[in-house]
Design a protein around this ligand. Structure first.
Ligand code: SAM
Length: 350
């Protein structure tokens, strides 16, 4: 159960005036059976592939572009301040005059603070406190503070980071810096990396940029990420870096396996979160997906936080494996010659 999502529907029942029966939008939408009631007048947006797939499976179309003129825009923000503020501004922009903006956040993600921010912009808000979440709403009018909205919009735009070297956007992993673990991996990757390579969970592209610049024998590089904005940033950062290497971009859920087989090398700094709870099974599924997609003599190199329990699976998944290095709270693991039969580890039901 996602309490912030449940709370949206509680608010809609509690405050029927929120939904005038016109067309409505749901930003950062999650699948839920209650969405059935809006079918035919609902447009959803979702950048994260597993959630997009769940929506499509439940029969809800996910739009690439939103038209605007909605009478109600619902928003379920992610946990990132600039991103949440820019989502609130986007929700405002998509509303018709007099339309309602409805947002739901867990208390421990600063719900009260964001409710206060919306009140500053809109003048007044309605609110409901339930399931350790706050669901708050405001009616669009010409009186909303345009200066603040402009600031919020700008906060969510792509921009150059890391000494103006890379494009990124708030909300991506280590969005405005180089992750210590990823840097450690680049400092230790073998010089002989070449041929067909994949980067699983590319983010804004730090590891792949390194490979393209420093491993001239790489002929193909496939980059995967479930976050559509990560793929956008990676395209901006990797295009043209090494014209001899063909780069393919996959907006894809790696835990379902990869799109292609026969890689010589796979590199990754795997995620260990999808929801709010740390979940090492996601990273384990990355390891299995890699083992399944490598050539028989292929090699996987990953970096992980020291506490993550990947070693046992590496031993099962690869004929040869080692902990290459432990440093600064991270470890680098290597596996080569994948074993043929693997099954995806099961995630715990929540
Ligand atoms: C730890 S970050 C690494 C980012 C980048 N490679 C770096 O080293 O800075 C993990 C990445 O995996 C992506 N990710 C999370 N779940 C995923 C999934 N199921 N399938 C594919 N990518 C996923 C995240 O969006 C994130 O960009």
């Amino acid at each position: 159960m996602n309490p912030a999502l449940e709370s949206l529907f509680v608010a809609l029942d509690h405050e029927p005036s929120l939904d005038s029966g016109g067309k409505l939008a749901f930003l950062r939408a999650h699948a839920h059976q209650e969405l059935e009631r809006f079918k035919g007048r609902l447009t959803c947006a979702q950048d994260f592939k597993p959630r997009e797939t769940a929506l499509e499976r439940s029969g809800i179309k996910v739009a690439e572009k939103m038209e605007g003129g909605y009478s109600l825009v619902m928003l379920l923000p992610e946990r990132q301040k600039e991103m949440t503020l820019s989502d609130l501004a986007r929700a405002h922009d998509l509303l018709e005059d007099g339309g309602m903006l409805l947002c739901s956040l867990p208390n421990d993600w600063g719900a009260k603070r964001f409710e206060g921010k919306l009140k500053e912009v809109a003048g007044s808000v309605g609110t409901l406190s339930k399931n350790r979440c706050r669901t708050f709403w405001a009616k669009k009018s010409a009186d909303w503070n345009q200066e603040m909205l402009t600031e919020w919009r700008a906060g969510g735009e792509f921009r150059k980071v890391v000494d103006d070297r890379f494009w990124s956007v708030p909300g991506l992993f280590a969005w405005d810096r180089i992750d210590t673990g990823s840097r450690l991996l680049t400092e230790n990757l073998p010089a002989e990396i070449s041929g067909q390579v994949a980067d699983l969970g590319v983010g804004w592209g730090f590891l792949s940029d390194f490979i393209l610049r420093n491993r001239p024998g790489v002929t193909e590089l496939d980059v995967y990420d479930a976050d559509g904005r990560a793929i956008e940033a990676a395209k901006m950062n990797l295009t043209g870096v090494n014209p001899r290497a063909r780069v393919r971009y996959y907006w894809h859920n790696v835990t379902k396996g990869l799109n292609r087989q026969g890689y010589d090398w796979i590199i990754s700094n795997p995620p260990f979160h999808e929801t709010r709870q740390p979940d090492p099974v996601i990273g384990m599924r990355f390891l299995v997906a890699a083992a399944l997609a490598l050539k028989p003599e292929g090699k996987l190199w990953i970096v992980a936080n020291k506490h993550l329990p990947y070693e046992k699976l590496m031993k099962e998944g690869f004929a040869e494996t080692s902990v290459v290095l432990q440093q600064d709270g991270y470890k680098i693991l290597m596996g080569s010659h994948p074993n043929p039969i693997q099954e995806m580890p099961e995630r715990k039901k929540r």
